[in-house]
Design a protein around this ligand. Structure first.
Ligand code: MRU
Length: 334
């Protein structure tokens, strides 16, 4: 099984990211040498996925500190980075950690913190993978697992959260097939998760988002594993739009619904899912397909990027510290 280059890293004074906008057609790298370039990369989803955004936020502060070490300037740039995307709490978490290192140390400690976040992220994802794989029902010939969006290597610094669970289960011989929701409108499933599975030799099948129900009713889904952008203190989970619908379907069919995320995605300051700000994205993402207009004039468009799955629909939240029911999330918060 081959491994993939890190999604994000510090490289000779610039932030080097895999440019996810070019996948699956080509594997290209984008160097961000200013906070403005980084913010543009985040806003246009060149770099995306909650844990990868955490690392991007921390590197962004380190970059700002190297360009102009004036504390007011660094704080200003930090605020600008946090404001690029509101839902994934890891972005703010990474920015705040790096900012703290800068305030207690200097530009170098800020960069060291960002690098450490990257190292910790991969280690955390491997732990999540092991804890999560234990919860995938064992089937002769391997289980069929459904995932939504991309919570893989590309959404993290490396290895992935939900797809990390799939990777470990596959290494254990317990994955017959991964059903990948294409994930409208930006196709993170079809473009990114499918590419990763292909690179890693994991058997996978792309489906339209609306196919999940019929597959579940036919007994072709043994477990659902998704990532998270923010987990509220009561166990409600914000993730890519469409996650909630799959959770309802899984609940109806009594299929385990697992949320895989590092502890940094748990936001104790957010009491319930109702308190999570949901990003509204540009209407053109919905109105156009492949550069062509697909919605006629005379109607309005609504394009929320995330939804909230209530805790009661979630079988387990799988973190790097272990798997818990959403109702017992406090155990990993204390
Ligand atoms: O808009 P995106 O592509 O950043 O949304 C990503 C997701 O919703 C992921 O499932 C989530 O960030 C978890 S990534 C490990």
């Amino acid at each position: 099984m081959s491994d993939l280059p890190p999604t994000i890293a510090w490289h000779d004074g610039v932030i080097r990211i895999i440019d996810q906008r070019s996948l699956p057609n080509s594997l290209e790298f984008l160097d961000c040498s200013s906070v403005e370039e980084l913010c543009h990369a985040i806003a246009t989803l060149a770099v995306r996925g909650a844990p990868a955004l955490g690392a991007a936020g921390a590197f962004g502060v380190a970059l700002a500190a190297q360009i102009d070490g004036d504390p007011r300037a660094v704080r200003g740039e930090a605020g600008r980075i946090v404001n690029t995307r509101p839902t994934a709490v890891n972005l703010r978490w990474g920015v705040e950690r790096a900012l703290k290192a800068f305030e207690y140390g200097a530009a170098d400690s800020c960069l060291a913190t960002a690098v450490q976040i990257c190292i910790d992220d991969v280690a955390a994802n491997r732990s999540i993978g092991r804890y999560g794989a234990d919860l995938i029902p064992v089937r002769a010939g391997g289980a069929q697992v459904l995932t939504h969006c991309n919570a893989g290597h590309l959404a993290t610094v490396g290895f992935g959260t939900a797809l990390g669970v799939v990777r470990v289960a596959h290494e254990r011989g317990n994955v017959a097939n991964v059903w990948i929701d294409e994930t409208r409108p930006l196709l993170q499933g079809a473009r990114l998760t499918a590419w990763e599975c292909g690179q890693l030799g994991i058997p996978a099948t792309v489906i339209v988002d609306s196919a999940a129900g019929v597959l579940m009713s036919a007994g072709k889904v043994d477990a659902v594993v998704v990532g998270a952008d923010r987990i509220a203190a009561n166990g409600d989970v914000a993730n890519k739009i469409g996650t909630f619908s799959i959770a309802v379907l899984a609940h109806y069919h009594q299929i385990p619904f697992l949320v895989a995320a590092p502890v940094s995605t748990v936001d104790a300051a957010t009491r319930t899912g109702a308190d999570i700000e949901i990003e509204d994205r540009d209407e053109t993402e919905l109105a156009e397909f492949n550069g062509r207009q697909i919605v006629g004039a005379g109607v309005s468009l609504h394009n929320p990027a995330f939804d909230v799955t209530p805790a009661e629909l979630i079988t387990a939240i799988v973190t790097d510290l272990g798997a818990v029911t959403p109702q017992r999330l406090y155990e990993i918060l204390i």
